[in-house]
Design a protein around this ligand. Structure first.
Ligand code: 7PJ
Length: 297
């Protein structure tokens, strides 16, 4: 594929320099020489039992510490569900769910904290609270989002999504899903670099399940090496996703073995960060896959 390259982004493109691939986080460099697991921490109301904010805050922080104990190198805190069919929440509500947790984790000296949001106001609050990474399923397309991250030292994960969560699974179509996802991510990398977000602060993600059929998801995973060849670290979020429900006919709580298989396949194809709910098991799968991959290099 011949894509236009931004001059400075090009420095990182078409290289195979996994040994020296680092992500510069506000809190310091994250060594991506070996693939890492990002633990998912949902702070949406349906994720926690009833009770006041403090009870929820305590539970969330305790859960984050558990994820860290299990070997998570990053904790991804999310206050808005982006599952298919979900509706947006307003930014004040999202801030009140997410920011106290981020502040507590940063104060406790936890592993770097990532915030899963698409809203510039939440991004700014997360940056002010010490988040190391903004994980945006909308790839900084909201007005003001690029500028908010550019004015900080925080890194960003740019994810591909077709449509919006409310309707993204209604008949998604592509001519060539791999080419189209690569082209979109390339455009967003260039937009970031133009806005002043250097390539060393950018992770890319094909967005498994976000406006994709099972076949689209499988094609993206089978060709993940082509995303990796763009030169940015690649994050893969496959844990418990509905593609496993479709493939295996299993409910969400029965998808761990399938999730581990997908995580291992993503690592052998070059993924640097695996986003997962079941961190301890995923760390083992990632280590095994990384050893096999290294043996073939
Ligand atoms: C992803 C995400 C993903 C990134 C969610 C779920 C849905 N962020 N946030 N990549 N998925 N970067 O966990 O099933 O795949 S929420």
């Amino acid at each position: 594929m011949n894509l236009p390259r931004h001059p400075s982004a090009g420095l990182r493109h078409n290289t195979d320099r996994r040994d020296e691939m680092n992500l510069i986080l506000a809190s310091g460099a994250l060594d991506l020489g070996d693939p890492l697991v990002m633990g998912v921490l949902n702070v949406t109301p349906d994720s926690f039992s009833d009770g006041g904010r403090y009870a929820r805050l305590d539970q969330a922080v305790a859960r984050a510490m558990e994820l860290q104990q299990e070997g998570a190198a990053l904790i991804d805190v999310g206050g808005e569900s982006t599952r298919p069919g979900s509706l947006p929440v307003n930014s004040q509500e999202e801030i009140s769910r997410v920011i106290p947790v981020v502040s507590e984790l940063v104060a406790a000296g936890s592993v770097p904290v990532s915030v899963d949001t698409s809203k510039p106001e939440v991004m700014q609050a997360a940056i002010d609270a010490g988040a190391a990474l903004i994980n945006d399923v909308n790839a900084l397309r909201a007005p003001g989002a690029l500028e908010t991250v550019a004015d900080s030292e925080t890194s960003v994960c740019l994810m591909h999504m077709r449509g919006a969560p409310r309707d993204m699974q209604k008949d998604p179509r592509y001519d060539d899903v791999v080419v189209e996802v690569c082209r979109f991510l390339d455009e967003r990398i260039n937009a970031c670099v133009d806005a002043g977000i250097g390539p060393e602060r950018i992770v890319i993600d094909p967005g498994f399940g976000f406006g994709k059929t099972l076949q689209h998801n499988l094609a993206l995973l089978a060709n993940l090496d082509r995303l990796c060849a763009m030169g940015q670290p690649v994050l893969a979020g496959l844990s418990r996703k509905s593609m496993l429900g479709q493939l295996l006919d299993r409910e969400v709580d029965q998808r761990l073995p399938g999730s581990l298989a997908l995580a291992a396949l993503a690592v052998t194809r070059g993924a640097s960060i695996i986003r997962a709910h079941d961190v301890a098991a995923t760390v083992d799968a990632v280590r095994v896959a990384a050893a096999v991959k290294a043996a073939g290099e």
